[in-house]
Ligand binder design. Structure first.
Ligand SMILES: [Zn+2]
Ligand SMILES: [Zn+2]
Length: 296
């Protein structure tokens, strides 16, 4: 595989991934168009879908459950939360999880799929648009996700990750009409993409650093507010397997509250939680483990 380079701008020379770029442009146009169709019901629907895709999906499933195995939940709940995550338009579970595991192992060093050391725009969305951000590296992705590759549901959902999004779009069109599609699909998806991308860009550039991790990760309150707690990213890089990212009482972490709510109903157990005073497990942070086995 061609190793990404840490020379600013080098990756752009590889060209544009047109399918991704056209989809991104189309969603951005829909998001702008929505402001010509102001509709209270459509806006409320968009906010609800933002929680479903960003909190239940990306935060509670793709990130804390599937990537880091921070807690356990029944299979049916894992599958439900993962379907929610596909609504964020961030690809299927195997692609997302593998990319993120590589990010943790090589944070802000050679091989990181999206480090701002190669430019803030690169870290935000450049790596998505050029298609050089590991999309094509199926063999590498599989090496980082042996757990998910064994699961037929996750393999199928990785291939068909766009289907739930299309189903929701058709339902919004049928029951709400154009304003519901523009707000529920356009604004909601684009806003969610940029807030997730801000975790890769902003929280590796701006904010405070509680732990002296070897990467550039920061804790950033406004990213945390917009992403249900994912912005406590320095805490997270210091303690990647902790299901709780907002470690201080004032660090609001809705994804952690969500996981606790599952626990309340007996739907989450084996929850890993880091303490503020805990020593940062530097050596462990470079190792990607699945079920106690190092995979990379
Ligand atoms: Zn990071
Ligand atoms: Zn992570």
């Amino acid at each position: 595989m061609a190793q990404p380079t840490l020379l600013f701008g080098r990756k752009y020379s590889k060209g544009i991934n047109w399918i991704t770029t056209i989809a991104m442009v189309a969603f951005h146009i829909a998001a702008v168009a929505a402001f010509f169709y102001i509709d209270t019901g459509a806006i409320i629907t968009a906010v609800v879908l933002y929680f479903v895709a960003g909190m239940l999906g990306i935060g509670m499933s793709y990130h804390r459950l599937l990537t880091h195995r921070s807690y356990k939940t029944p299979k049916w709940m894992e599958y439900f939360l993962t379907i929610c995550a596909t609504l964020a338009l961030e690809g299927g579970p195997i692609f997302w999880v593998a990319t993120h595991r590589v990010h943790h192992q090589k944070s802000d060093r050679e091989g990181d799929p999206h480090t701002p050391r190669e430019g803030g725009f690169w870290a935000h969305m450049g790596w998505i648009l050029t298609g050089q951000g590991l999309h094509q590296e199926t063999a590498l992705l599989a090496r980082y996700t042996p757990d998910l590759a064994k699961d037929k549901f996750h393999v199928a959902l990785t291939k068909w990750h766009w289907v739930p999004q299309v189903v929701v779009g058709v339902l919004l069109l049928a029951f709400g009409g154009i304003p519901y599609v523009l707000w529920g699909m356009g604004v909601r998806t684009v806003f969610g993409l940029h807030t997730t991308w801000a975790v890769n860009s902003a929280t590796h550039m701006w904010g405070s650093r509680r732990f002296a991790t070897r990467d550039d990760s920061t804790n950033n309150w406004w990213v945390a507010l917009l992403t249900f707690g994912e912005g406590w990213h320095n805490n997270h890089h210091a303690h990647p397997t902790s299901a709780r990212h907002g470690l201080a009482w004032y660090e609001l972490d809705l994804n952690w509250i969500g996981i606790n709510t599952l626990k309340l109903f007996g739907l989450a157990w084996d929850i890993k939680v880091a303490k503020l005073s805990e020593i940062v497990p530097y050596d462990e942070n470079d190792r990607i483990e699945v079920d106690g086995q190092a995979v990379a």
